[in-house]
Design a protein around this ligand. Sequence first.
Ligand SMILES: Cc1cc2nc3c(=O)[nH]c(=O)nc-3n(C[C@H](O)[C@H](O)[C@H](O)COP(=O)(O)OP(=O)(O)OC[C@H]3O[C@@H](n4cnc5c(N)ncnc54)[C@H](O)[C@@H]3O)c2cc1C
Length: 374
Amino acid sequence: MTKTYQTDLNNIIEQVISPLAQKVDETGAFPREALDAMGEAGLLGLVSSSEVGGSGESHRAAAFVVERVANACGSTAMVVCMHYAGAAVIEAFGDREKREAIAKGKHVTTLAFSEYGSRSHFWAPMGTATRKNGGISLNAKKSWVTSAGQSDSYVWSSRPLAADGNSTLWLVPANAEGLSIPKPFDGLGLRGNHSSPVLAEGVVIESKDMLGSDGEGFDLMMKIVLPYFSVMSAAFSVGTMRAMTDKSIKHSAQTELQHLGNSLSNLPTVRAYLARMQIKTDMAHSLLADALDSLEKGRDDAMLRVLEIKAATGELVTEVTDLGMRVCGGAAFRKDSGLERHFRDARASTVMAPTTDMLYDFIGRAICGIPLFE
Ligand SMILES: Cc1cc2nc3c(=O)[nH]c(=O)nc-3n(C[C@H](O)[C@H](O)[C@H](O)COP(=O)(O)OP(=O)(O)OC[C@H]3O[C@@H](n4cnc5c(N)ncnc54)[C@H](O)[C@@H]3O)c2cc1C
């Protein structure tokens, strides 16, 4: 990633994302200003190839951006994370017009995989795709879609049209007739990410909107989406941990115990908690760096690292934000502390698919030589 992007990103975080973070959390407002600024600066076209006007970057740059944004605003980071995950699939299989629009920052996308029927088992959609009047008719009950009603398109999974296999992917325009959002998102954390359910009732798209081939969805989820999503989810966790750790250190140093003439950080117990937060944050950062290295070098352990990194950082961000709430005392409980927001945002990391418990099963299978899916 070039220095220009880092500088642009830093400026946007400082001038747009950070100042709006608390309001986004309080009101649940979609971070449109942040997306507009990122689009304008070319940051939404980060994983688009230079051939269509994008930056031609990959996992490392995407993780870098998501980590930095999560440090300031979890909701914005999750929206950007889902955009890059979807954009990577569109970059591989979408038409040139869409790829150029993404590269120019004029098109925001997201993933619409999770469904009410199969829940976090995203590889097994229950929604259908059938041929109708020369087009394709989609019916589904998607349970969670980040940027629902706000993005320009959905990278959508369904059962295959005719082929064998678990799933087929489609690019669905967000304004397609028959799409509806039955209830707006109102969650514990990531309050501005608009992860609402989306229903599809007889939504008609064109055959050419298929991404990849019929029945190939599972392969694309594993080869494209999972590596991107895992490293970005880990980056989200690292950025959140770093924010919590830094703010906790600052709070402890600045908060006086006036009757003793010193600060919270003069207490050995407080310092020990801060040390644990720092160590866990640095551990997560190092593991993420190794996972990126494994992907870039095509190492044999790359898939294992991809699975490990999401599970490990999901646990660590939960622990670190817990510790931050403890070490900063009642002050952390107040909304204006900026600490409890990271605590709430962090809770999504273990339950976003593949969930941490699911990953323990997958990783256990992988290291015991048992197939992931039987
Ligand atoms: C903020 C947020 C944003 C999201 N954005 C998107 C999005 O943009 N696109 C999208 O497609 N989805 C999205 N999701 C959905 C997410 O990826 C998961 O599918 C969803 O959180 C799972 O919730 P559930 O209630 O369906 O879990 P359930 O599937 O009901 O799981 C309940 C529990 O069972 C456990 N469990 C399930 N299967 C196994 C297993 N095989 N082994 C061990 N334990 C298991 C889980 O770990 C969990 O603890 C989002 C979720 C959140 C919270």
